[in-house]
Design a protein around this ligand. Structure first.
Ligand SMILES: Nc1ncnc2c1ncn2[C@@H]1O[C@H](COP(=O)(O)OP(=O)(O)O)[C@@H](O)[C@H]1O
Ligand SMILES: [Mg+2]
Length: 352
């Protein structure tokens, strides 16, 4: 029997457009498979879910396992699905919220679960989790908007003393470089923090880490494997939104030109990062590699990385010998495996 896969795309985040592009590639790939029925579920910027132009909703109700039709002639019926592929980047998609909804609805889904998604999305929690596992994370500090309002001078002095300039100011939870500034001097800090506070109530300030931007794709559940490495050569001063999506002068170099010993070490760190955050299915781990000082830093982990046909995540697998369509099939298998594993676990305690 043909398996029914719902692809969630669009969404309420600033990365709505990127999701449309990733979804177009994934939908085409899934439709090319023999025994799959693909249901594209569009999520508007306002957060309304639509299947074939009709509003639908996921209901956390046992036995429903699909989309409840909210309007039209089939209102009240349920469209059952076997699996969901959330192709949503950023807030309300990559951050554990959609994953939580799917857990409640007992539908298998591609990618990390609730904690992996939530911690992976929150740059402050992510760094703490990685440091606890002994992974190399650069110096940083963080504060809330409220703390900034009351202790601005103190925090600014602390940034200067502990991190120096240039530094990076980031909202805790966002992606695609939105709200991120590279700050060159004390005067720039104020504007940068205010800009980041538009997007989040918690702010991260990082020491500038010199070096090349190297990325690694990870695939698997309990025994994840790492792809060969890629390098990003940003068109701008850093890999900001324009360099990522608007300026086609940014380059991806695959494979990254690194000594095998260094590449092997990075691949190992990528798998450790994936495991440290309890990821599942897929994840792209991004590094800064300082050739001069022989230093490798983990920058971040993306639990739903860009997935257009020219995005780094699938490109790295292609270069490692796994085609785009085979990658999709493997992600589906991994989602089913993770779901079955979880189903077997007891959720109640019976005293003997
Ligand atoms: N500490 C840092 N040192 C040097 N460059 C940085 C640092 N943090 C971020 N960058 C630059 O900013 C870009 C975006 O930052 P990142 O933390 O990856 O945010 P996003 O989640 O939006 O991709 C990076 O790809 C890199 O070019
Ligand atoms: Mg990044």
């Amino acid at each position: 029997m043909s398996k029914k896969i719902a692809v969630l795309y669009g969404g309420r985040s600033g990365e709505h457009e990127v999701s449309l592009r990733s979804a177009a590639a994934i939908l085409a790939g899934l439709r090319a498979q023999q025994d799959l029925t693909v249901l594209p579920v569009f999520i508007s910027r306002e957060g309304s879910w639509q299947l074939g132009g009709v509003r639908v909703a996921v209901l956390p109700h046992p036995g429903v396992g699909g989309f409840y039709v909210l309007e039209g002639e089939n209102a009240g019926s349920v469209i059952g699905v076997d699996l969901v592929f959330p192709v949503l980047h950023g807030t309300y998609g990559e951050d554990g919220t959609v994953q939580g909804l799917l857990e409640l609805a007992q539908i298998p889904y591609v990618g990390a679960g609730v904690p992996g998604s939530a911690v992976g999305m929150d740059k402050i929690l992510m760094k703490a989790a990685l440091l606890a596992e002994g992974l190399p994370v650069g110096p940083y500090l963080w504060f809330t908007g409220a703390k900034w309002l009351s202790d601005k001078e103190l925090l600014a002095a602390q940034v200067e003393k502990e991190l120096g300039f240039p530094c990076f100011v980031k909202p805790a939870n966002l992606g695609s470089s939105v709200g991120i500034s590279k700050v060159y001097h004390q005067e720039g800090l104020l504007n940068a923090v205010e800009e980041a506070l538009i997007y989040d109530r918690r702010i991260l300030v990082e020491k500038f880490l010199p070096g090349r931007e190297i990325e690694c794709s990870v695939l698997g559940n309990d025994k994840p494997r790492a792809s060969i490495l890629g390098e990003i050569i940003p068109a701008n001063d850093f890999y900001d939104y324009t360099a990522k999506y608007l300026d086609n002068r940014s380059r991806l170099v695959i494979p990254a030109n690194l000594p095998e010993r260094v590449a092997e070490r990075i691949r190992k760190l990528a798998v450790q990062t994936f495991m440290a955050l309890d990821c599942a299915g897929l994840g792209r781990v991004d590094f800064f590699v300082d050739d001069q000082h022989g230093q490798i830093w983990v920058n971040e982990l993306n639990t739903l990385p860009g997935f257009t046909s020219i995005s780094m995540y699938p490109k790295l697998w292609e270069a490692t010998g796994l085609s785009f369509n085979d990658l999709l099939l493997e992600l589906i298998c991994l989602a089913e495996e993770r779901f079955k594993q979880k189903e077997k676990l007891k959720t109640t305690f019976e005293a003997s």
